[in-house]
Write a protein that binds this ligand. Structure first.
Ligand SMILES: Cc1ncc(COP(=O)(O)O)c(C=O)c1O
Length: 394
């Protein structure tokens, strides 16, 4: 009898498979160990240890009990789309209405929809490196080629505009950026945004601006790409970080109406609308946006200082000050270890889980990423253990 043939999968399944060693393996091991009561500290993911605001939960429960458990409009309820438009307009100064908004399953889902609607096989998509670790698969899922352009450590991870323009070919369709960036915490300056928009305009490219952390940047805003280039910018965001609502999977794209119509067609065969009770809870969350964002912003600002100061003066490493977000990069090149060696050895020796920089792009080689959105005592203990580990290396 012939051996059963191996199952065959689509090329898409290959394109989204992680390259090299999966950086999340260590993270999940650490999460499991922590859940089992082991003495480990997990700083490898950006999920604040803050609760979803009570009124948001109350709305969800009341709506669920009230029977709001049926199909909903694919693009999102008009009231939620209008609330997102209003919040985006207030933050960015860009004039938008509910028609410019589609509600999706988190920023990640929004990035995926943007990728699939903008590019395909034979096309190229530029993303600034380092980039959030899901970007390569998200961009390659469309069949397009990812073209990373370094925002190098030598520029404090700020973009090199001539390098971006030099990477553009007739096949380029879009440029993906995140401001504030994960992992570097860099917020694009107004001049950088102007320069990026000028490039995109010259080459008729889409700009996809991941602003999932914008609400927790200083003053709750960042220089807006969408306000400067409304005709071809997609702003992607969610309630995940600003409202401590990562598990609610509530995000959106704000963009021109012709794009939103295309995204609607894709969402129709892919997501089919978020639950009504989640959407109503999201409206409550947006009504409380000032208060919610302020809470997470203050929390992150304080924790950032705690970890940064805790890591000061440790031989062989240097923490990079992030302008915003929940992460900081640590330059570990002085230890003589690679990022992968550093995170593995640190975890085995001290039970502290960080992420290697490489999965975020070649520009983050020699750096590791730590999330500081957690308890102050935990951060101080983590810094103590990192210090002990680094001292043990010499
Ligand atoms: C830059 C960036 N984009 C997108 C996401 C995904 O966010 P969401 O929970 O809204 O899908 C994250 C999550 O960490 C992120 O850091």
């Amino acid at each position: 009898m012939n051996a059963p043939r191996k199952p065959r999968f689509a090329a898409l399944a290959e394109r989204v498979a992680p390259e090299g060693t999966d950086p999340w393996v260590l993270h999940w091991e650490a999460r499991q160990a922590a859940a089992a009561g082991k003495d480990v500290i997990v700083l490898s993911v950006g999920d604040p240890d803050l609760d979803t605001p009570g009124p948001v939960i109350d709305t969800a429960i009341a709506r669920m009990r009230g029977g709001d458990t049926h199909y909903t409009e694919t693009a999102g309820r008009p009231a939620l789309r209008a609330a997102i438009a209003a919040r985006h307009a207030a933050r960015s100064g860009q004039s938008v209405t509910a028609d410019n908004v589609i509600v999706l399953g988190g920023t990640q889902n929004g990035l995926f929809v943007a990728s699939l609607c903008l590019a395909g096989p034979g096309d190229e998509v530029i993303a600034l490196d380092p980039m959030y670790a899901t970007y390569p698969a998200t961009i390659k899922a469309s069949g397009a080629q990812l073209v990373p352009v370094a925002t190098p450590a030598t520029r404090d991870f700020h973009p090199d505009l001539p390098a971006i323009e030099a990477a553009i070919t007739p096949r380029t369709r879009a440029i993906f950026v995140a401001t504030p960036n994960n992992p570097s915490g860099v917020v694009l300056t107004a001049e950088e945004v102007d320069g990026l928009v000028a490039i995109a305009r010259r080459h008729e490219l889409w700009l996809v601006s991941d602003e999932v952390y914008a609400g927790i940047a200083d003053d709750g805003r960042v220089p807006s790409i969408g306000a400067r280039y409304p005709e071809r910018t997609l702003t992607v965001a969610s309630l995940s970080k600003t409202h401590a609502m990562t598990g609610w999977r509530t995000g959106w794209i704000v963009g021109p109406v012709d794009f939103i119509n295309r995204a609607h067609d894709l969402a129709q065969c892919m997501l089919y609308g978020l639950p009504g009770f989640v959407q109503e809870a999201a409206i409550t969350a947006l009504e409380m946006a000032e208060e919610c964002e302020g809470r997470v912003r203050e929390y992150c600002r304080h924790r950032r200082a705690v970890l940064f100061e805790g890591l000061a003066g440790i031989r062989g490493i240097r923490a990079c000050w992030p302008q915003a977000g929940m992460f900081l990069l640590i330059d570990i090149r002085g230890t003589g270890l690679s990022g992968e060696q550093f995170v593995h050895q640190l975890y085995r020796a001290e039970g502290v889980s960080l992420l290697d920089g490489v999965p975020f792009g070649a520009a983050a080689q020699g750096f590791v990423r730590a999330c500081f959105a957690t308890d102050e005592a935990v951060l101080l203990e983590a810094a103590k253990r990192i210090r002990r580990f680094c001292e043990s290396l010499t």
